[in-house]
Design a protein around this ligand. Structure first.
Ligand code: PEP
Ligand code: MN
Length: 337
């Protein structure tokens, strides 16, 4: 339920309304409003009568949100959400590119690739310190040490970092180092993990589950927002289908659907979607044409020697070429990159 307050509503009136909502076991969330205060009352609103809310001094309008995702819904927040990280903005006119290796390997390899991709337009450095691997015998990531490597490279390059959190027990340490916390595909419906990141104050990059519907994806974002963290970025990274030529099937229709259904930014990870280096560029270009707010691309100095996902990883030269190719596409859809 959305409660729009009158421009002249006093702080005392707003406090009173919130207290009354809480007494009915609803959680009030402040929503960004240009001119006036808007509150989303979330919880079991079925038994709440609109007239009861309208009777409070200061209330101008009450609207019900029909969708099961409330805070995520476009109806709740009409303006697109902009996520600000340092001087970077995700969701604005400028397409935001996140790039870097699949796994954090060493400070030197991370620094080398970060310098290269920064030169050609990447704004965020990605890299996993906690790696979700299919085999328990494969490299699992350096853990906290890897986060320290990322921190060192952030200091050297000024690039904010995106890194994955896999286990709720690591939330505190990952929150301390990350600029954006990534929730990987395998954890999209790990509800306790979603609640944990919902309590942090760092933006969350939520990857679509391997076999999740768009509705389930939207509901997972709702889990994060319902805990008070409204800085969520959707990341489509391909879904499982019967197709075997690609690692997954990139569902590009998710971009316009998510942008229609929600006010949150949407980015595309073509690397994990296709699993093949030769298809990363065409899918990245298609993503920008489809209206994505950003891209996440795996880049390594020497993809053949990457500790994970080398076959889908670009080298800096291929990344530079792609960045160049993206410029006219971004321009054609009224964006910059
Ligand atoms: C990753 O981005 O490092 C990753 C493991 O991706 P996904 O969760 O999409 O497989
Ligand atoms: Mn990877």
């Amino acid at each position: 339920m959305i409660i729009v307050l009158k421009p002249e509503a006093t702080a005392k009136e707003i406090k009173h309304i919130k207290a009354e909502l809480k007494a009915k076991k609803l959680t009030p969330h402040d929503l960004p409003g240009m001119m006036r205060t808007v509150i989303a009352a979330v919880g079991d609103t079925a038994k709440i009568d609109e007239a009861w809310v309208m009777a409070f001094p200061g209330v101008e309008k009450v609207e019900r949100i029909q969708k099961p995702y409330k805070l995520v819904a476009r109806e709740t927040t009409k303006e697109p959400t902009l996520i600000k990280v340092g001087k970077e903005v995700i969701g604005g006119d400028k397409i935001c590119v996140m790039a870097g290796p699949c796994s954090v390997e060493s400070v030197q390899s991370l620094l080398d690739v970060a310098k290269e991709i920064k030169k050609t337009g990447a704004k965020f450095l990605r890299g996993g310190a906690y790696k979700p691997r299919t085999s328990p015998y494969a490299f699992q990531g350096h853990g906290e040490e890897g986060l320290k490597f990322l921190d060192e490279v952030r200091s050297a390059t000024g690039m904010p970092i995106v890194t994955e959190l896999m286990d709720p027990r690591d939330t505190e340490v990952v929150e301390r180092y990350a600029d954006v916390i990534q929730i990987g595909t395998r954890n999209m419906q790990n509800f306790s993990l979603l609640k944990e990141v919902g309590k942090t104050r760092k933006p969350v990059l939520l990857k679509r589950g391997l076999a999740a519907t768009i509705k389930e994806f939207l509901m997972s974002a709702e889990y994060i927002m319902s805990e008070g963290n409204h800085q969520v970025i959707f990341c489509e990274r391909g879904i499982r289908t019967f197709e075997t030529y690609t690692r997954n099937t990139l569902d590009l229709s998710a971009v316009p659907i998510l942008k229609k259904e929600s006010h949150l930014p949407v980015i595309i990870d073509p690397s994990h979607a296709v699993g093949r280096r030769d298809l990363v560029a065409p899918m990245a270009m298609a993503a920008v044409a489809a209206g994505a707010d950003g891209l996440m691309i795996e880049v390594h100095m020497d993809p053949e020697k990457a500790w994970s996902d080398g076959e889908q990883t670009l080298n800096p030269a291929a990344f530079a070429e792609l960045m160049k190719a993206l410029k006219p596409i971004a321009k054609a859809v009224g964006r910059t990159i």
